[in-house]
Each structure stands twice: as structure tokens, then as C-alpha cells.
Design a protein around this ligand. Structure first.
Ligand code: CA
Length: 468
């Protein structure tokens, strides 16, 4: 009798739990895990041998690897502006890495733009961002003003990794890179508690906490690790895993990636434990290709690195999972771009975006419902260098003053054979496409990281205390 009762109560409990749970397709949770300056080759799912990434690789085995997964720019800030708006960032003049300029309301993501968090708020999502913001430090541009309910991290383009090095209050910042040494921000102001953990571990801890707290409502978590961006700093716990790597910089870089990987693994474990894994899309990507000389990353077999438009600058490690809806273990070859995350989320949450999007909803392509390529063409502009690039299904072209490249990209993804002089018709057709795309774009809205001195000259009170 006792056994029957137990069975019966278990049945009731399960029915109750089921009734409480949203169907997997009703406003699924969205998690975007973004790493910083990670090389194309530096994940197991793209063949890394010296840096195991079993946590990140689970996303690939649970879902899809985007073999031609791109970001919309080859350095941090503009790439993030594209990702968070689903639009080419040059449409709104976010053409450069912004400077740290807390008094400048124009230094960052313009208020005309809707963030993915703004959008998902319209469908009652809880929204959180952890880690690197880099979309504006003025009060009007900080995460809690841009659709995020919660923020724990820093506004600058990078940060030191050990809390004992965070010696500055925000109002003590006097120069661009002082921003790497500030205490972290919690929501609108300085975090009240004293952080004790290695930064990557702290962000992973906060990600688990966010998911636990919001497990019963739709949520969007933007987990923007600054690892493995410089400075190269790793905790001993992770360094000790890499006795097999002799080169000290590569060893530290590997340890930094490994710390991220532990966090990703723990987050996936939690989703499974809470039975949220079928309710949640998880995207993983890097914001740009590896700056191989800076942080000892590896983009092989791609040509180039961070900041240029060869594949090594803009084709990144990129995977996503949605268990139960998207088959696992798929390698998807057609070009996709980080801008597609916004469009996919918008379709799934069934909310209309405020602005015209450049990305597309990837889900019908990944389920096989739509066999066509998601994009006819993808585009890039580096305004200051007057450099453009375009990727179609079979071609990649880069134009910069007298430098011109055309590659048969499907067969030659290492961009080893420039065929531009052999195929003027194709060059002209692709150039025409670029010309049409250019009409959508604006000139840069602010001076960038490379104009630090010029900005200081024009804004001598950049870091001066406010007079009350
Ligand atoms: Ca970056």
C-alpha cells in the first residue's frame, strides 16, 4: 500500500512539474556565451589537440558546429555591437573600438538601437549580462539602461584577472587602461562585496546563480567572458593542467581557455539538472579571431588574425545547441553570422524587432526545413582603412586600396590562392554588391581606441571629477 502511495505521489508530482514547465518552444531561454580573442583552432570541436575543451565540445555534440561561423567585425567593440543588435554595426556608426569615456553619451551603442535584451524584455524575459560590456560607459549606455535587469562585470574593453589587482574605484580612472584595474560593477554601481575569485571563475559562478534564480521564467543570459583576451593571466589550478605545453604564453592562454571550459561545462550540467536543457538555446562563439602574436592563440588552418578580414579575423569558433529541437552532432557548412542570434531569438520569442535586422532566424535551416543557404552574402567594412570584404556561398573578396583578393572559399578556406586577376566578372559582380551595401552605412559616430591622444586633446576633462 505504501508503495502504491509513493508511486501515486510521484505521478502527481511529475504531472505538477510538467504543468509548471513551459513547452520547449514557448519563449525558450537564450544563453549566449561569448569568449574574447579565442582562436578558431582553440576548441576541441575545431580540432584542438593541446587544449582540451570537453565542456564547450558538449555544445557541439548536443547541437551544431558552424564551420563557417562569422562575426561582423574583426575586433571586440564593433563585433559586440553587431551581436547585441542583430545589425551591421556600421549602420549606426559603431565602426571602431570605443574609448573608455564615462562622460560621453555618444561613445558607445547609440540609443536608436534596440539590444537583444530590450527585445526580449518585451516578451517578459529576465535578462542578465556578465563580464565585458564595451558598448559605452556613460550612465545612459550602461547595461541596466540597455535592457539588462542584471549586470556583474566591467564597462571597459578588458580587465585584469586577479581581484587583488583591482585597486581603483571608477572615479580614480585617469587613463584608458586604468579601466583594466577597477573594481567590478554590480548593476548600476560598484559591487559592494569583495570579489575573491579569479575573474573567469567569478563570472561562471554568477552565471550558475543567474540560471538558478530565474529557472522558472524565460531568461536571456549574455555571458561575455573576457578570457582569453590579454593580459595573459591564469590561476595555478588551470596552469597545472598544461605541463605538456612548454611555451609559457601558450601555456597561460591554454589555462585561460580551460577556465572558461570548466564554466561552460558547469552551466550545461546545471541546465540538465534543472531540466532546462530542452528549454534553452545555448550559443558559443568568440567575438573575433585570435590575435596570435598577442595571446598565443591559434587560427589554423585559417589565414590572418584579429583585426584583418582574412578568415582568421572574422571566422570564429561557433556552435549552438537546442536539445530536442535541433539534431546533435551536426556540422553546418553554410555561412552564418553572429547577427543571426538576434534574429533567431526574436522569432522564437515572437517579438517584433524595432529596427531592420541583418541576421536571419537559423532554426529552419538547422532543422532541415529550409535547405537553402541562410545568406546570399555577408559583408564587412573597416572604415579607417577603407577596407571591405564580402563572403558569398562560394567566394570571398577583400578590397583595400590597391590590395585586392578573391578566393574560391569553399575549396580554399585557407585563402592561399588569389584568383582576382583571373576572374574580373566575378570581381565586378561582388563589387556591385558591396557598393549597394555601402549605401546602408553611416560614418563612424565616435573616435576609437587608436585615437586616444586625439580624444584627450579634444576632451581634456575626460576623467575629471564632476563638480557639484
Ligand atoms: Ca575580442
Amino acid at each position: 500500500m505504501k508503495k502504491v502511495f509513493l508511486l501515486f505521489s510521484k505521478l502527481i508530482f511529475n504531472t505538477y512539474a510538467f504543468a509548471q514547465k513551459r513547452p520547449a518552444t514557448d519563449r525558450p531561454n537564450i544563453i549566449v556565451i561569448l569568449t574574447d580573442d579565442q582562436g578558431y583552432a582553440d576548441v576541441g570541436f575545431n580540432g584542438s589537440k593541446d587544449i582540451p575543451t570537453p565542456g564547450i565540445d558538449r555544445i557541439a555534440s548536443n547541437g551544431v558546429v558552424f564551420e563557417s561561423g562569422y562575426v561582423s567585425y574583426a575586433v571586440c567593440g564593433p563585433s559586440r555591437a553587431g551581436l547585441i543588435t542583430g545589425r551591421y554595426q556600421d549602420r549606426f556608426g559603431f565602426s571602431r573600438n570605443p574609448l573608455l569615456a564615462p562622460k560621453d553619451p555618444n561613445m558607445g551603442l547609440p540609443l536608436s538601437e534596440e539590444t537583444l535584451a530590450d527585445l526580449l524584455k518585451k516578451a517578459d524575459y529576465k535578462t542578465g549580462v556578465l563580464g565585458k560590456w564595451h558598448l559605452g560607459a556613460h550612465l545612459s549606455l550602461t547595461p541596466t539602461q540597455r535592457g539588462f535587469d542584471e549586470f556583474y562585470g566591467f564597462l571597459e574593453g578588458g580587465h585584469r584577472y586577479f581581484p587583488e589587482e583591482w585597486t581603483l574605484e571608477e572615479n580614480q580612472v585617469k587613463a584608458q587602461y586604468d579601466g583594466y584595474r577597477t573594481k567590478l560593477t554590480r548593476n548600476e554601481g560598484p559591487a559592494q562585496e569583495t570579489e575573491k575569485e579569479y575573474l573567469t571563475d567569478a563570472l561562471s559562478r554568477e552565471a550558475l546563480d543567474f540560471v538558478k534564480r530565474h529557472q522558472n521564467e524565460p531568461f536571456f543570459l549574455y555571458l561575455a567572458y573576457n578570457a582569453p583576451h590579454a593580459p595573459l593571466q591564469a590561476a595555478e589550478k588551470y596552469l597545472s593542467r598544461f605541463a605538456h605545453i612548454e611555451e609559457p604564453r601558450r601555456k597561460t592562454y591554454a589555462a585561460m581557455v580551460s577556465a572558461v571550459d570548466d564554466g561552460v561545462g558547469a552551466l550545461l550540467d546545471l541546465l540538465e539538472e534543472l531540466e532546462l536543457d530542452e528549454n534553452t538555446l545555448v550559443f558559443f562563439l568568440s567575438d573575433n579571431g585570435g590575435p596570435t602574436k598577442d595571446n598565443a592563440s591559434n587560427n589554423a588552418p585559417l589565414r590572418g588574425f584579429k583585426s584583418d578580414f582574412f578568415e582568421g579575423g572574422v571566422r570564429v569558433p561557433f556552435a549552438m545547441q537546442w536539445k530536442g529541437q535541433i539534431p546533435g552532432g551536426v556540422r553546418y557548412e553554410q555561412p552564418v553570422i553572429s547577427l543571426d542570434i538576434f534574429a533567431s531569438a526574436s522569432a522564437l520569442a515572437q517579438v517584433k524587432p524595432k529596427n531592420e535586422l541583418d541576421g536571419v532566424n537559423l532554426i529552419p535551416y538547422l532543422t532541415g526545413k529550409n535547405p537553402n543557404p541562410p545568406h546570399q552574402a555577408l559583408y564587412w567594412r573597416n572604415f579607417d582603412r577603407n577596407r571591405f570584404a564580402i563572403r558569398t556561398v562560394d567566394s570571398k573578396m577583400i578590397l583595400e586600396k590597391e590590395l585586392e583578393y578573391l578566393f574560391d572559399i569553399q575549396d580554399d578556406f585557407s585563402e592561399s590562392k588569389n584568383v582576382i586577376s583571373l576572374d574580373l566578372n566575378r570581381k565586378n559582380a561582388l563589387s556591385e554588391k558591396i557598393e549597394l551595401w555601402k549605401k546602408l552605412l553611416q560614418d563612424p559616430a565616435f573616435l576609437g581606441l587608436l585615437e586616444d591622444k586625439e580624444y584627450n586633446r579634444l576632451h581634456p576633462d575626460r576623467f575629471a571629477p564632476d563638480v557639484k
